[in-house]
Design a protein around this ligand. Structure first.
Ligand code: SF4
Ligand code: SF4
Length: 55
């Protein structure tokens, strides 16, 4: 299991510094590497537009 970032992502960059295992990569839409994500949920709480959800 891993969290996922939806098309609602505005590429604000807030989540990337919140991830304790550095699973998030920048882009037009940010992405989460499912092989690294520990499903902690920290990024989902930090995202201002609610673009991150449990997969
Ligand atoms: S759920 Fe946790 S481990 Fe997974 S990308 Fe978000 S902050 Fe990182
Ligand atoms: S915090 Fe939300 S809107 Fe900002 S880059 Fe991360 S997923 Fe995208």
């Amino acid at each position: 299991m891993a969290h996922k970032i939806s098309n609602d992502c505005t590429a604000c960059g807030t989540c990337i510094d919140e991830c304790p295992v550095e699973a998030i990569s920048p882009g037009d839409i940010y992405s989460i590497d499912p092989s690294v994500c520990s499903d902690c949920g920290t990024c989902a709480e930090a995202c201002p537009v609610g673009a991150i959800s449990p997969a």
